[in-house]
Design a protein around this ligand. Structure first.
Ligand code: 5AD
Ligand code: SF4
Length: 560
């Protein structure tokens, strides 16, 4: 299949970014190449998100735009991957005949063969009868339905997705084609919480924990390849728990394990030790066994079941970041109950103060930074409920917080049982009010850092510098090297040239260039660096003295 070009665009969360990267690796090993332009592609793939309706609408409009390209190029294969494929099922194909392939997030290991078959079939159809081929699609789908929830144990066949995660470690091809400093590593798939508004337990399936040995090996391989920052991923990442006594093997490979009712203690896991690898154990082992990883982070934390054992490991391990993403969703106990979040506002507050007690150490240059998520306008939310959320925001003082308007999602309990009775205008008003409050808090938190000295993991030239160098907005994120790209484009030679740090330096005027990096609390820091030494900076940890702070950004002077 060599020479076929794939355009892969990712919507939504970090889990999706990782899925896209793994899928891209698999397709690359089958000989597919990548392009950053959908109109040049033979295969167009959208890795979709269903968490809010807005995310789905973007995909609908992209699919609409493809109709014309496909009419011109009938051999083109279009695939919808991820949560929207799983949620809409084959209805999506009926509504959008342009779609040939659908693949849910729990079936992505099957995607390469689905694509390969669809490409071959369409090509032979077009060769035989271009007229009829332009009307026909080659429909193929892999969706889990409710399969992953059928039993309490994980059947061997259900664990085939593990091979997709494992494939990254052994694939010699980096589809992005560049040296990366940051990588995501999944530790848990799916979710068992069933918050009433959330589609994730239905689209990603039951909670499944990967064997610790696989995770450690993957991190070590990434470290060997030069990665310096690892972000561990899980929907409720602190629920990670692997019971070795009940581990099974198939063909010598340890299988992932279904999450049970969480047995970890409120402050400590009573079964921690030889027989169980807890989240605290996993963090500690990764820290010890991959010493070249300068930054070890994890998202997203669930505010309950977060033991002191985890906080102690974070405190005692210098390369584990002082950063927690721990969504409260609301500051009202009544809303928390209706959301089925499983904790009270005072339990949330208790966790935040316990975390700060253990981890907030500005005196050693390591303040704890916390970020959150809030949903406004959940059904029946009153002014009083909302006022309690305002209070929560004001007392928690997140460094940043995502604020979402409630979006009813078909298939969820809230969609079926609780009418979406808050008018959009009210949702918008509450959303704007919280945004204004959070912006003020973020600005204050930034200004509190003035005078401090922090170790910064340098990412690359700042957005401002890239723009000043005349590079396009679209490529700015790529040149800044910030994590995994949203669009994975196999670059042409001139694009590669355009994106390199050297090119930014060459095209910048003056003796210094502005770089950006992040503190271990995930705050963004801009600083100027002398041009002659700047090209070696990305990926390095450097000390910066903070001189200013505004909004979400800090500004500082390079000290060494
Ligand atoms: N409507 C609005 N926001 C939602 N989220 C999840 N589901 C919905 C929904 N139906 C938000 C939550 C979650 C984040 C990833 O998305 O805040 O933490
Ligand atoms: Fe969705 Fe709740 Fe699971 Fe998060 S914990 S993925 S909000 S169900």
């Amino acid at each position: 299949m060599s020479g076929r070009r794939v355009y892969l665009e990712t919507f939504g969360c970090q889990m999706n970014e990782l899925d896209s990267e793994l899928v891209a690796g698999q397709l690359a090993s089958l000989g597919y190449q990548f392009t950053s332009r959908s109109d040049e592609a033979d295969v167009v793939l959208y890795n979709t998100c269903s968490v809010r309706e807005q995310a789905e609408q973007k995909v609908w409009s992209r699919l609409g735009e493809l109709r014309a390209s496909k009419a011109d190029k009938p051999e083109m294969v279009v695939g919808v991957l991820g949560c929207m494929a799983e949620r809409d099922g084959t209805d999506l194909m009926n509504r959008m005949p342009v779609v040939d392939v659908m693949c849910g997030p729990a079936e992505l290991d099957k995607l390469p063969s689905l694509i390969d078959n669809a490409v071959r079939t369409r090509e032979s159809l077009v060769a035989g009868d271009p007229e009829s081929a332009s009307l026909k699609s080659v429909k193929a789908s892999a969706l889990q339905g409710s399969a992953s929830r059928r039993s309490g144990t994980l059947a061997a066949a259900e664990d085939s997705l593990e091979y997709l995660d494992l494939s990254r470690s052994v694939s010699p091809i980096d589809p992005v084609g560049s040296i990366r400093q940051s990588a995501y590593v999944r530790i848990t798939r799916g979710c068992n919480k069933f918050c009433t508004y959330c589609v994730v337990p239905f689209t990603r399936g039951a909670e499944i924990h990967r064997p610790p040995s696989h995770i450690i090996e993957e991190v070590q391989r990434l470290a060997d390849q030069g990665v310096t920052e690892i972000t561990l991923l899980g929907q409720t990442v602190n629920h990670y728990r692997f019971e070795h006594d009940s581990a099974t093997q198939v063909d010598g490979i340890i299988q992932s394990q279904k999450g049970r009712a969480f047995k970890g203690g409120h402050t400590r896991d009573p079964l921690a030790g030889e027989r169980v690898t807890t989240f605290a154990d996993l963090l500690y082992e990764l820290h010890e066994k991959a010493p070249s990883i300068q930054r070890l982070r994890f998202v997203t934390s669930y505010p309950r079941d977060f033991g002191d054992d985890v906080l102690e490991v974070i405190r005692d391990c210098p390369r584990i970041c002082r950063y927690l993403h721990v969504p409260a969703q609301t500051g009202s106990d009544r809303m928390l109950k209706m959301m089925n979040r499983g904790y009270t506002v005072s339990q949330y507050d208790e966790f935040v103060s316990r975390a700060r007690e253990h981890l907030h150490q500005p005196e050693i240059g390591r303040p704890l930074m916390i970020s959150g998520d809030i949903i406004v306008g959940f059904p029946t939310e009153t002014n009083k409920d909302f006022a309690q959320t305002v209070d929560l925001l004001e007392r928690t003082r997140y460094k940043s917080c995502f604020i979402f308007k409630y979006s009813p999602r078909p298939g969820t309990v809230a969609y079926d049982k609780i009418p979406d009775d808050i008018p959009d205008a009210v949702k918008r008003e509450r959303n704007n009010e919280l945004l204004a409050i959070q912006n003020k808090i973020s600005d204050e938190v930034s200004k509190e850092q003035i005078g401090a000295q922090y170790d910064i993991l340098v990412e690359g030239p700042s957005q401002r510098q890239i723009k000043a160098a005349g590079l396009s907005q679209r490529n700015a994120k790529k040149a800044a090297g910030g994590g995994v790209q949203l669009t994975i484009g196999g670059r042409s030679a001139d694009e590669t040239e355009e994106l390199s740090v050297t090119a930014v330096l060459e095209q910048s005027e003056g003796e210094t260039v502005q770089f950006s990096g992040r503190t271990d609390g995930d705050q963004i820091v801009m600083f100027d660096a002398p041009k002659e030494t700047a090209s070696a900076l990305p990926g390095q940890i450097r000390r910066v003295k903070i001189t200013d702070g505004s909004g979400l950004s800090l500004f500082g002077d390079l000290l060494d």
